[in-house]
Design a protein around this ligand. Structure first.
Ligand code: 3PG
Length: 310
């Protein structure tokens, strides 16, 4: 029987990327269903009911969604972080979960620099600002996005450090960054620290006072990773204690934290109005098409690359 593949994107891909995803699904002889810009969980529960596979972005796939999906065998997160999928619940139901690592890395990396330049130039306020050249940049974790950031940072003339206990120092060196021995050393030596850690039980709330206090004078924390990794109460504490620390984020903090920032620290913070890291035409095409191809490979050739809940 023909398979049904659902593309469920609360934050839609570009029209061109969506159409190419649909074309790949149809070429495989499958039925393509598209659910875009939906509000609330209801439409997803309905749309996923008869799907054999689903492509999602930050859309939440929890127990309720999995229970509603009667035929689901595979869910592919078109992107890197899969903390929005309940991987254990999926595994228990025999549903494989995959991501598409690296496909939107350049888009996120470019945004890191867009935000850094914006802040260094006083949010384009016309006054004398600073440059990135000659500054130190610390990469907290060294996956695909960090590698892209390291490459671009070289062009800016920055000195790049990286800390990742799961990546061999030689591999970090090969990718153009200087490995440091501890996370504390990374924060001590870096005028800019860019977060590239996933949101896991270990990393949630892990970026707080202990690390932020180590930043050198004028230190800037950049978050294009996840909101959950920040200890927001401690971030505010550090802001209150040190008038020199700044924060750039592609993920809005909680409403309560955002209100304090707006009232007290607005000049030292920039948060994108909506999560923008992967919102480029190129990243939409890269991640969307990779996801569609992985689904076809899984069903037609039994390909299991990129499964994250083995
Ligand atoms: C990722 O994990 O790939 C990024 O956070 C992108 O998320 P998005 O697809 O929701 O923009």
């Amino acid at each position: 029987m023909s398979k049904t593949v659902l593309l469920a994107t609360e934050k839609p891909f570009s029209a061109a990327a969506r159409d190419e995803v649909v074309a790949i699904i149809k070429q495989a002889g499958y039925t393509a269903k598209v659910l875009e810009s939906y509000k609330g969980k209801g439409p997803l529960l309905e749309a996923i009911a008869d799907a054999d596979a689903a492509i999602i972005r930050s859309d939440i796939v929890d127990q309720e969604v999995l229970d509603a999906a009667k035929n689901l065998k595979l869910v592919v997160r078109a992107g890197a972080g899969y903390d929005n999928i309940d991987c254990a619940a999926a595994k228990a139901k025999g549903v494989a979960a995959m991501n598409t690592p690296g496909q939107n890395a350049n888009a996120v990396a470019e945004l890191v620099f867009g935000m850094m330049v914006y802040l260094a130039r006083g949010k384009f306020n016309g006054k004398t600002g600073g440059e990135l050249r000659g500054k130190t940049l610390g990469l907290h974790a060294f996956g695909a996005v960090s590698r892209a950031v390291a490459t671009i940072a070289k062009g800016f003339g920055m000195t790049v450090f990286a800390y990742d206990p799961f990546v061999k120092p030689e591999a970090i060196k090969e990718a153009g960054a200087e490995p440091v021995g501890s996370v504390e050393e990374l924060y001590k030596r870096s005028q800019y620290v860019s977060l590239h850690i996933p949101a896991t039980a270990e990393t949630k709330n892990s970026i707080g006072k202990k690390l932020l206090s180590l930043l050198p004078k004028g230190g800037v924390l950049i978050n294009t990773a996840r909101k959950e990794v920040i200890n927001e109460a401690e971030l505010l504490e550090v802001f209150a204690e040190r008038a020199d620390i700044k924060y750039l984020s592609d993920i809005a903090p909680s409403d309560a934290t955002a209100a304090v920032i707006k009232e007290k620290f607005d000049a030292r913070v920039y948060v994108t109005p909506q999560k923008m890291g992967a919102q480029t035409e190129e990243a939409n095409v890269n991640a969307g098409l990779a996801a569609a191809r992985q689904i076809v490979g899984f069903f037609e050739r039994g390909e299991k690359n990129f499964i994250v809940n083995p």
